[in-house]
Design a protein around this ligand. Structure first.
Ligand code: ADP
Ligand code: MG
Length: 257
């Protein structure tokens, strides 16, 4: 890759369990790319997301964002630089503070990062809500007024409030009703195109991730065990585990259908 927006080199994280949660993961993300990450539960996907976004410092390795290793920055510098990489997590219920209105939650992000002056916050909040398909009136409401899908839209708006260049979506639809999953996936794809974001889209369903992302990384036990390039089908996956992931889903579909 000639000029990636992100280059991750050998990042590892051990939490105190017998095995590392993340064991030397390396990959690149091109500007404007949507990169898929797939793996069974416990394979280290969320740890990868948290370490790449520097919400957690990796024990080793480098996270080079626009030429600068974020993992090596001191806390003060890091706080400024990691704004460019925002994350949306699986559970929109756990992600929003129930005591804050949506407008305050979004406005706070802009104020913290110095991205807007106070008297313009209301206008910016309305723009953000519009971008994620929510009415302007949502600004004055509390999280309890919203469904899971709407809350996930709010979480996406909050990530966008920081004006990121990279969006990491960590199983963003896994806890939502099947009926709204496609809408939220399409929203993320649409925002990627409109805002020129680079996206890391994480999931456990290989066929869904392959549908969303041209290039897919496959994780097992904290390692990236296979990269499925854009021009190759998941049906040609080389790794036995990748084929097992595919069959696991097909089996579920057979059961359901
Ligand atoms: P995934 O998102 O693929 O399900 P995770 O990254 O959440 O995987 O977890 C990878 C491994 O690290 C698991 O064995 C999990 O139990 C462990 N782990 C994750 N977070 C923590 C933590 N905060 N403390 C201890 N162990 C953790
Ligand atoms: Mg996870």
């Amino acid at each position: 890759m000639s000029d990636p927006i992100l280059r991750v080199e050998g990042i590892s994280k051990t939490y105190g369990g017998p095995r590392p949660a993340l064991a030397g993961a390396s990959f690149e993300l091109a500007k404007g790319e949507i990169l898929g990450v797939v793996g069974e539960s416990g394979s280290g996907k969320t740890t990868l997301a948290r370490c790449v976004a520097l919400l957690e410092r990796p024990d080793a390795g480098r996270v080079i964002f626009k030429g600068e290793d974020l993992a090596a920055l001191r806390e003060g510098q890091l706080r400024k630089r990691r704004r460019g990489i925002q994350t949306v997590f699986q559970d929109p219920y756990a992600s929003l503070n129930p005591t804050k209105t949506i407008g305050d939650a979004l406005g706070e992000v802009m104020l913290v990062h110095g991205l807007a002056v106070r008297k313009e916050i209301k206008k910016h909040v309305a723009e953000l809500l519009d971008q994620v398909g929510l009415p302007t009136t949502a600004a004055d409401a509390y999280p309890k007024s919203f469904s899971g899908g709407q809350r996930q839209r709010i979480c996406i708006a909050r990530a966008l409030a920081a004006q990121p260049e990279i969006l990491i979506a960590d199983e963003p639809v896994s806890s939502l009703d099947v009926s709204v999953q496609a809408q939220v996936v399409n929203l993320i794809l649409d925002l990627k195109d409109r805002l020129g974001l680079s996206v890391i889209f994480i999931g456990h369903d290989l066929q869904l991730i392959d549908f969303i992302a041209p290039r897919v990384l496959v994780m097992l036990a904290g390692e990236i065990v296979e990269t499925i390039p854009a021009d190759r089908s998941i049906a040609d996956a080389r790794h036995e585990y990748t084929r097992a992931l595919m069959q696991a889903v097909s089996k579920l579909e057979t059961l359901a259908g």
